[in-house]
Write a protein that binds this ligand. Structure first.
Ligand code: SF4
Ligand code: MG
Length: 334
């Protein structure tokens, strides 16, 4: 199948009083129909900015400096704000972590569901109302007729997130971008919402980009995974290759820091150090100040991308040693 979305060499920058900051530094990836790509990394790694770039929803001081965002043959990076608005209404939808901020507190659920249907599908108010009820049923909300008359604050967090998903489906998107959609929810509700997104993806054949810092979420929903660090993609592969044979030291650190269920506050072997500031100039590999395997070369020379298997790529000099040894990468995650 062909790509629904293909992002090439995306560079996203911000104008600030300290000068220009680069939040995304030349990232490429693609999403196919019916596929879930997880973008994973610590907060501040550029994963949210990557998805906001695709949606054309960057803050006013942010801009796409370079690159191409090909969505079904159109380059979104070159569209006017007006055209982007219509893409967001019809083709691509986004759900966020806290639905309370995305929902309008003074309008009923019914109003907020009917509005996009009337606007983008030219439905009459009564047809939009019926369709709104159908959407609420589709996302598993009981008593949908009653919910239509309620305000966001009358619903639980889990129900609000379901409403947000229903609203995002109202435009029949072909691509759904979900940025930490379950982070604010408790574990049981989180699992339900992830299941719901998976079900809808399968039923509607959407492509999904899931932005998360949580490897548990990745294991649950991803077909493919892109790991970001300090504005760059450091590893990309199928969910199996990332979990069974992670190659980048950062990816292995992320997997080792999956919190222990019995002791949620305890992180196994968390990666020491913290993400650099966006404007920090780091020579060579941007991970080298935190990497236990860093060599002198890592501090001066940017690693190139190595293909380590089918659809599995990694940016790390350790792979060159492997190539020289003329063997398959031998780092096995235990
Ligand atoms: Fe570590 Fe060097 Fe690989 Fe960067 S290139 S991740 S510093 S080993
Ligand atoms: Mg974020």
């Amino acid at each position: 199948t062909t790509d629904l979305l293909s992002v090439k060499n995306l560079v996203t920058a911000f104008r600030t009083s300290d000068g220009e900051l680069s939040a995304v530094r030349g990232v490429s990836f693609s999403v196919k129909k019916g596929e879930t790509l997880c973008i994973v990394g610590e907060s501040g790694c550029g994963k949210s900015i990557t998805s906001l770039s695709v949606m054309g929803l960057l803050p006013s001081n942010g801009y796409i400096k370079e690159g191409m965002i090909d969505f079904e043959g159109r380059d979104l990076a070159k569209l006017s704000q007006e055209k982007l608005r219509s893409v967001r209404g019809k083709d691509i939808s986004m759900i966020f972590q806290e639905p309370m901020t995305a929902l309008n507190p003074v309008l009923t659920i019914g109003y907020q569901l009917r509005e996009p249907l009337m606007l983008h599908h030219q439905l009459s108010k009564s047809k939009a109302h019926k369709e709104g009820i159908e959407l609420l049923k589709q996302v598993g909300i009981p008593y949908p007729e009653k919910r239509m008359k309620q305000y966001p604050h009358e619903l639980s967090g889990g129900m609000r997130q379901r409403v947000m998903i229903a609203i995002s489906l109202a435009c029949h998107p072909r691509l759904l971008i979900a940025d930490e959609p379950t982070t604010a929810l408790d574990v049981t509700i989180q699992a339900q919402i992830l299941d719901l997104i998976q079900d809808l993806k399968d039923k509607l054949g959407m492509g999904v980009i899931m932005v998360t810092h949580d490897m548990g979420v990745v294991a649950e929903v991803a077909n493919r995974v892109m790991v970001m660090y300090a504005g760059e993609k450091v590893e990309e592969g199928t969910v199996e290759s990332i979990f069974n044979s992670p190659q980048h030291p950062y990816t292995r650190g992320l997997l080792n820091s999956v919190p222990n269920i019995d002791e949620p506050d305890f992180e196994l072997e968390a990666i020491p150090g913290s993400l650099p500031n966006l404007n920090e100039d780091i020579s060579g590999c941007r991970f080298h100040p935190r990497c236990p395997f860093a060599t002198e070369r890592c501090a001066v020379e940017k690693p190139r991308e190595f293909e380590v298997g089918k659809d599995h790529k990694v940016k790390c000099w350790l792979q060159e040693v492997e190539e020289d040894a003329n063997s398959r990468p031998s780092i096995v995650h235990s």
